[in-house]
Design a protein around this ligand. Structure first.
Ligand SMILES: NC(=O)C1=CN([C@@H]2O[C@H](COP(=O)(O)OP(=O)(O)OC[C@H]3O[C@@H](n4cnc5c(N)ncnc54)[C@H](O)[C@@H]3O)[C@@H](O)[C@H]2O)C=CC1
Ligand SMILES: CC(=O)C(=O)O
Length: 317
């Protein structure tokens, strides 16, 4: 009997790649993980460290140092490879040139193996890199997914939940648009326990304040830099978000996540990768949910689309 094992390859064994591997091991999400990095010695060390977790995990996940040969039968490849992010710039877009070169060489090596699984792009600037990986790979768009605003959405939920004093998982909210400064919050769609956020704020004005929206938005957009400027990277939140995406695919969950995906007519945009709520299952990005945005929200979302599209001229595709 040939039972197919689930295999995840992670390319880039830095803070994000290794945290993702640990999150996969800790949750026992897949059968096998292969780690690839230019720094082969680091990979050997990380693999040993991860392997020593198994005694205390709820299942054994096989972790090994990989080569591109591992890609040919992988279900999912996660790309977190990157040049170091400059310390004091707080701008993901300055990574464009270096990430472009890295992405081109990695996707070329992956596709030579005949890989036909799902590619999850995390490296920044993630929306542009997802589009680039989609074009370079020739894979169908449903198989190329950017982590997009999954992380920003988690941050937004935490920021709202803290104000209101509920569990973040009871907040039904999303960030859409660019994973970056032009991202937007469709406030009109947010509910907490089934109650729209405007009513929640109105009924709890004494402790939440009359208009917490701008502060919550600012905290959400700047959330990454609050971490990065203190510890030099952000890794656990993105690892959890990435594993959330992996889980929806491997377990065919049909869950809706705000991933960076190809718009093909939705929201009046074509040939653009940007985050919108997307139904995810074993096929990957199965179907885009078109939110009923109000006029102001649609204007903000379109501005984010235009901002991302303005960088496409710099991609050699
Ligand atoms: N999309 C998101 O929400 C988030 C994205 N990121 C991004 O993830 C990326 C990784 O961040 P960190 O892990 O903190 O960086 P890091 O510098 O710790 O790790 C990057 C790793 O990539 C490796 N690498 C570089 N070129 C390579 C190549 N051609 N092949 C294989 N490996 C290669 C490096 O050797 C290094 O180990 C960055 O672009 C960062 O901005 C980080 C957090 C959140
Ligand atoms: C670094 C990054 O993109 C983030 O933590 O949001």
């Amino acid at each position: 009997m040939n039972i197919k094992k689930s295999k995840v390859v992670i390319i880039g064994a830095g803070n994000v790649g290794v945290s993702t591997a640990f999150c996969l091991v800790n949750q026992g999400i897949c059968d096998e993980i292969a780690l690839i990095d230019l720094n082969e010695e680091k990979v050997v060390g990380e693999v040993l460290d991860l392997t020593h977790c198994m005694e205390y995990m709820h299942r054994n996940v096989s972790v090994h140092a990989g080569t591109y040969d591992d890609c040919k039968d992988a279900n999912i490849i996660v790309i977190t490879a990157s040049a170091p992010m400059p310390k004091d710039k707080n701008d993901r877009l300055i990574m464009l040139d270096s990430s472009k070169k890295i992405m081109k060489s990695i996707v070329g090596s992956i596709m030579k193996t005949g890989f036909d699984g799902h590619l999850i792009v995390v490296s920044n600037p993630v929306d542009i890199m997802s589009y680039y990986a989609y074009k370079l790979s020739g894979l169908p768009a449903n198989q190329v997914i950017g982590s997009g605003t999954t992380l920003d959405t988690a941050r937004l939920k935490c920021n709202i939940a803290k104000r209101i004093d509920v569990d973040p998982r009871s907040v039904n909210a999303l960030v859409i648009g660019e994973h970056g400064d032009s991202e937007m919050i469709p406030w009109s769609t947010i509910t907490i326990g089934g109650k729209d956020i405007y009513s929640v704020v109105h009924d709890n004005e004494d402790r939440i304040g009359k208009h917490p929206y701008d502060e919550i938005k600012e905290a959400t957009i700047k959330g990454g830099w609050e971490i990065f400027n203190r510890k030099g990277n952000t890794c656990y939140g993105i690892a959890a978000s990435t594993v959330g995406i992996i889980k929806t695919i491997l377990y065919n969950e049909n869950k809706i996540l705000p991933v960076s995906t190809l718009l093909n007519g939705e929201y009046g945009e074509t040939d653009l990768y940007i985050s919108v709520p997307t139904i995810m299952d074993r096929s990957g990005a199965k179907e885009i949910v078109e939110l009923r945005l109000n006029e102001q929200e649609m204007t903000e979302f379109k501005a984010s689309c235009a901002h991302l599209r303005s960088f496409y001229k710099d991609l050699d595709i």
